[in-house]
Design a protein around this ligand. Structure first.
Ligand code: ATP
Length: 590
């Protein structure tokens, strides 16, 4: 867009919000590369200026300064009905209130609340630009700040009225998407950040702070070195899937150690003096959940003033003489103080910061030696994860045997000379689970993309799911199998209610784009489908992977069973097609 206001004004005051909306709108029917070109063009047009105000509107889901507006679809619908004086019993009021109901939606609604808003506004002449004020990016950010900090209903409504008065239907549609933090323009945050600066994703992983990302990357002297700050959440390092080639390559070139893979919750603990914070793998602050019962242990066991630890938080049960199953952490955290049979146990496997220095770049062996120095361990309460060095494949399988015997999930193989890289999932950490080696089955994390109706529990509801892995493109999902067992009835009910609002009737002659041209045969045609962004990831165990023509991947799972619902994973954190192919081509055998 060409700046319209006099020079000297900051760029966010010069660029019109409508030109951002035009770009969003344009990107909808573009290919991934064309969308990236649009983004590059935008970044070029504001070069040398503050990108942050633009970033906040492009990536509202990453904006920490405006966390929650307290406005979901249903509330916005009620406000609009009132503000626009829409008769409560009218078709439009129903369309807004029951925007999920396909029988009420019009073709133009596109199965999305903001599209329904757009069409309702258009009917009332809102598409006419001439009567509108032409808000700048600055104006919109300013109004959103006010909307976010308004606590009273009337104040919120006032801000909406003012935005509505000054915006066209198209602008308001995108404003609704920004408020709902669900942009649906077919680009992931990683693509947008990468287009901004080659290291923007790394910086985001290290601080999960959009303001910091734009500030660092705009500094011409900025050179990326992974670094993290106390009390600033970051994306922890992850492990990639094992296969025999990877293992033998690693064994040839590196000194390796094996650690048990515990099945608790990944938590990084930040401590400075008496202040302690707990962050999850997704950068959520869980201090309230864990601090109450665990701060005492940290104060007792950490010998230095400030540090950041990485590890797995589990519940130790004296009755069991071992750890409780995954998912028990929350129950225990909320249980009363009289529960003396259980306690939290933090299994520490890394240290990333100690007494004012960042130690990310140190080798794993050095970081481990540091752990020994700074912690006083306490059995079943705070322990350093045991390590065993391995030099051959059979050492590794022996370690896996031992881990299974101890009822652990598997093992993590680590390169002792590697640095800690936030957010990385490369070959310095490799995970190996029994399912990957014993030929009795693989486990894969797949996203639900479709549903089949059954009559379980005497009602017609989705009882079987169509699952997919991520394809080559950002938004591509390749179907792979159908699954209908493994979950308990209460898990199924929980899944059904979480997915219910998002099911859309599947039409064979208009298969959604993300299926990438998959043509289902008669037995596989789902009754309904779901956009991956609204979906859930299931961890599926199977006997083997076989070839098929029925699914887009060209493979399917034999005897697939759901092991668990991965509520801790985003839809796009499911396995990819390349990972599936790797498993097929390199089934690890003893
Ligand atoms: P999975 O699906 O196999 O549980 P994941 O997708 O949750 O794995 P990965 O990166 O594949 O995550 O595996 C690393 C995870 O394993 C970490 O996030 C952590 O929660 C857990 N873990 C358990 N023990 C260890 C350990 N000793 N070292 C590193 N991670 C460990």
């Amino acid at each position: 867009s060409k700046p319209s206001a006099p020079a000297g004004l900051s760029m966010d005051r010069q660029v019109k919000f409508s030109s951002l909306c035009d770009m969003f709108e344009k990107s909808l029917d573009k290919t991934h590369n064309e969308r990236l070109q649009l983004i590059t063009k935008l970044w070029k047009s504001i070069k040398g200026h503050d990108y942050y105000p633009f970033m906040r509107l492009l990536l509202p889901q990453l904006d920490k300064e405006r966390m929650a507006y307290g406005l979901k679809e249903s509330k916005i619908a009620l406000y609009l009905i009132e503000i626009l004086c829409i008769k409560a019993s009218s078709e439009d009021a129903l369309r807004l209130k029951k925007w999920k109901d396909p029988s009420l939606s019009k073709k133009t609604d596109g199965n999305c609340f903001s599209d329904t808003v757009y069409s309702v506004l258009n009917k009332r002449g809102w598409s006419n630009k001439s009567s509108k004020k032409c808000l700048s990016v600055f104006d919109v950010n300013d109004a959103l700040d006010a909307l976010c900090s308004a606590t009273e209903v009337e104040a919120k409504k006032k801000h909406i009225v003012s935005l509505l008065t000054n915006m066209t239907s198209l602008e308001f549609k995108w404003l609704v998407r920004i408020i709902l933090k669900d942009m649906r323009y077919g680009m992931q945050h990683t693509s947008i950040l990468k287009e901004f600066h080659p290291n923007a994703v790394d910086v985001w992983n290290a601080c999960t702070d959009l303001k910091q990302v734009t500030k660092n990357c705009l500094d011409p002297k900025f050179k990326f070195t992974a670094s993290i700050q106390i009390f600033q959440a970051f994306k922890p390092m992850l492990a990639s899937l094992a296969n025999p080639d990877k293992l033998s390559d690693m064994l040839c070139t590196n000194d390796l150690v094996v650690e048990p893979k515990y099945d608790g919750e990944r938590i990084t603990i930040h401590k400075s003096d008496n202040t302690i914070k707990y962050f999850t793998r997704n950068s959520k602050d869980y201090t309230e959940l864990y601090g109450h019962k665990f701060n005492r242990t940290i104060m007792k066991c950490v010998k230095i003033k400030d540090c950041i630890l990485d590890g797995e938080m589990l519940v130790y049960s004296k009755d069991l003489g071992g750890f409780k199953e995954f998912g028990h952490n929350r129950t225990f955290a909320l249980s009363d103080e009289n529960n003396t049979q259980e306690n939290f146990c933090y299994m520490v496997f890394d240290v990333l910061h100690a007494n004012g220095s960042d130690v990310l770049a140190e080798t794993l062996s050095k970081r481990r030696r540091l752990l020994d120095k700074i912690l006083t361990t306490q059995e079943h309460e705070l322990e350093i994860v045991p390590q065993m060095s391995v030099t051959t494949q059979s050492d590794i399988y022996k370690a896996l045997d031992d881990a299974i015997l101890n009822r652990e999930e598997g093992i993590i193989i680590k390169n002792t000379s590697s640095a800690y890289q936030p957010g990385e999932r490369k070959n310095n950490w490799i995970k190996l689970k029994p399912d990957h080696v014993d030929g009795m089955g693989e486990t894969l994390d797949m996203v639900i993309v479709g549903g089949y109706f059954g009559t379980k529990f005497n009602r017609k509801s989705v009882s079987h799911f169509l699952l997919a892995v991520r394809g080559h493109g950002q938004d591509d999902y390749y179907t792979c199998c159908k699954v209908g067992s493994g979950y308990t009835s209460s898990e199924l009910i929980q899944l059904q209610s979480a997915l219910e609002p998002h099911w859309i009737k599947f039409n064979k002659s208009d298969v959604p784009k993300f299926f990438c041209g998959w043509v289902p045969q008669s037995g596989e045609i789902p009754d309904v489908y779901i956009e991956p962004i609204h979906s859930k990831v299931l961890e599926v165990k199977a006997f083997s992977i076989t070839e098929t023509t029925k699914f887009k991947t060209g493979y399917t799972l034999r005897f697939p069973r759901v092991k668990r619902i991965r509520d801790d994973k985003n839809f796009d954190h499911c396995n990819t097609f390349s990972e599936l192919s790797e498993l097929v081509n390199n089934p690890t055998r003893r």
